[in-house]
Design a binder for this molecule. Structure first.
Ligand SMILES: O=C(O)CCC(=O)C(=O)O
Ligand SMILES: [Fe+2]
Length: 258
């Protein structure tokens, strides 16, 4: 008799009616338990929201170690050469490793609902419900190259304020996951945002995500209420200097690049 022959104990049966397929090997069950109404409210208010950990310490360590496997990447950027900051990053080639593709696929549908609320407010085009359809729409615009990336900053490393726009088709939300432990593996290296408001001075925001937490933020702009309806508030993101150790980040951008 194998374990599958054992009838479930009363009260311990799996919930029957999950509205999604069962998790695959890389289940990432945390993705399925996020409080999306709260995250949407936070994104509306701040343009930035932090999730509970999406990846375990082991998953973070495995992803971080991929940085040293050059065969997995389509290109590498030395940031100082372009005056983007100090550090380097590598864009994954297809096929994207799990759990990178799982994060893209699973985080996209709830983020698309938020993106479509924003699009309606701003009179912008809608986004499809499923990530594979966004990828197809990107390809139709000539945006074929995958954008998820790993970043590595050593002591003194930083990332200048920027926006991750890679073509005409921009999905307006992205996610970054810090793969090391702040204050243990590195110090400094805060996530920095600057919100540029119409006819007002810019507003700084700083977040210090713990290892594995998902930092969700607006790629380029979001709607905020104004006297005449809705207006666009621009957001740029970057990273303050790492003062010791090494900081690795997984960046999950949903649109592909030209
Ligand atoms: O290192 C970071 O936290 C920021 C990475 C980044 O720019 C991105 O994920 O787009
Ligand atoms: Fe970025």
């Amino acid at each position: 008799m194998n374990a599958y022959d054992t009838p479930p104990l009363p009260g311990l049966a799996e919930p029957a009616a999950l509205d999604r397929p069962a998790p695959d090997a890389d289940g990432l069950p945390a993705l399925r338990r996020l409080d999306w109404p709260a995250l949407a409210a936070e994104l509306d208010a701040e343009g930035v929201a932090l999730t509970p950990p999406l990846l375990s310490a082991d998953e973070c360590a495995r992803l971080r170690d991929l940085f040293d496997e050059p065969g997995l990447f389509r290109s590498t950027v030395t940031m100082a050469r372009h005056r983007f900051g100090e550090g380097s990053y590598r864009y994954f080639a297809r096929p994207l490793p799990e759990p990178v593709s799982a994060l893209r696929r699973e985080l996209y549908p709830p983020l698309a609902r938020i993106a479509n609320t924003w699009a309606a407010r701003l009179g912008e085009p809608e986004f499809p419900d499923r990530h594979e359809d966004l990828v197809a729409a990107c390809a139709a615009e000539g945006q074929h190259r995958p954008t998820p990336l790993l970043l590595r900053y050593g002591q003194g490393g930083y990332n200048c304020l920027h926006q991750d726009i890679y073509g005409d088709l921009t999905f307006p939300l992205q996610v970054a996951v810090v793969l090391d432990r702040p204050d243990e593996d590195f110090t400094g290296g805060e996530s920095v945002f600057v919100e540029q408001r119409p006819r007002a001075q810019s507003r700084p925001l700083v977040r210090r995500p713990a290892q594995g937490q998902g930092l969700i933020f607006a790629v380029h702009h979001r709607p905020v209420r104004s006297a005449r309806g809705w207006s666009r508030v621009m957001l740029r993101h970057g990273v303050s200097a790492v003062t010791s150790g090494q900081r690795h980040v997984l960046g999950v951008i949903f649109h592909d690049a030209r």
